[in-house]
Ligand binder design. Structure first.
Ligand SMILES: Nc1ncnc2c1ncn2[C@@H]1O[C@H](COP(=O)(O)OP(=O)(O)OP(=O)(O)O)[C@@H](O)[C@H]1O
Ligand SMILES: [Mg+2]
Length: 240
């Protein structure tokens, strides 16, 4: 297994955000993590990426237990993440935003950085904006830029929190294509999203959380016809 999440619990005061969640993910999987608002999706990504330390349970990446590591240590192992609320640097240009992760990592030559950023901006169709300040991008373009930023250091594992949030339908297709391309080049991906049409189009496996519990885990077909999911997530209005 590439990532093994074993009985992870996380509480905030009296609220159990994660109640003993276990998920194992093999290298090369493309997993959709779905569930209603407040079900614990972002909390789980925060536990994997080191922003939160689980109260109990373990998270392994390969053979290594990572659940007590700091975010920068986890990032250096090759786990990249994006945030539900974009964290691009508004006062820097699009190109400079891409340079920051590469400079932080410090392993790439200037020439490599330029080549890589050029190719990423081209794929995300942001090349024409490379010298614009990030604050001039639309909300959707900022989401694309954020995915581009984590790709600068070529992580093997991607944690994406609502990358489609506020993204224009045309850009959404572009982002879907880009994520599928990353998956086809061997990246392992956990995608958190409320955009069910996109999730169903691109994920091969769905994991459903509800109020901190893992409700079900399986193929999109099996998950969508699962009565517990229909009740918990789709409010019983979903027709399959
Ligand atoms: N830092 C925190 N302090 C207190 N409560 C928190 C904190 N982070 C998350 N929570 C609570 O934990 C629960 C799970 O939140 P989380 O953000 O993981 O849900 P989510 O599934 O990502 O929801 P959404 O779909 O709205 O993004 C919620 O009740 C939330 O209010
Ligand atoms: Mg969230």
């Amino acid at each position: 297994m590439m990532l093994s999440i074993h009985r992870v619990q996380k509480s905030f005061g009296g609220l159990q955000a994660l109640s003993g969640v276990s998920i194992s993910i093999k290298g090369g999987e493309f997993v959709g993590l779905i569930g209603p608002n407040g079900s614990g999706k972002t909390t789980l990504l925060n536990c994997i990426s080191g922003l939160y330390t689980p109260d109990s349970g373990t998270i392994r990446f390969g053979d290594q237990i990572i659940s007590k590591l700091k975010p920068y240590q986890i990032y250096h192992l090759g786990i990249g993440r994006t945030f539900q609320i974009s964290k691009v640097f508004n006062r820097l240009t699009v190109m400079d935003n891409l340079m920051i992760p590469a400079l932080t990592e410090g392993r790439m030559s200037r020439k490599e950085m330029e080549k890589r950023s050029h190719s990423i901006l081209e794929k995300l169709r942001l090349l024409a904006h490379s010298d614009s300040l990030a604050e001039n991008l639309s909300g959707g373009q900022k989401k694309l830029l954020e995915v581009g930023m984590i790709m600068m250091t070529d992580p093997v594992f991607l944690l994406l929190d609502e990358p489609f949030g506020g993204v224009h339908p045309e850009l959404k297709n572009q982002l879907e294509d880009y994520l599928c391309e990353l998956h086809s080049t061997g990246k392992t991906i956990i995608l958190v999203s409320h955009e069910m049409p996109s999730v169903l189009r691109i994920c091969r496996r769905l994991v459903v959380l509800d109020r901190g519990w893992l409700v079900t885990d399986g193929t999109p077909d099996s998950v969508c016809s699962d009565e517990r999911v229909i009740q918990a997530y789709l409010g019983g209005n979903h027709e399959t």
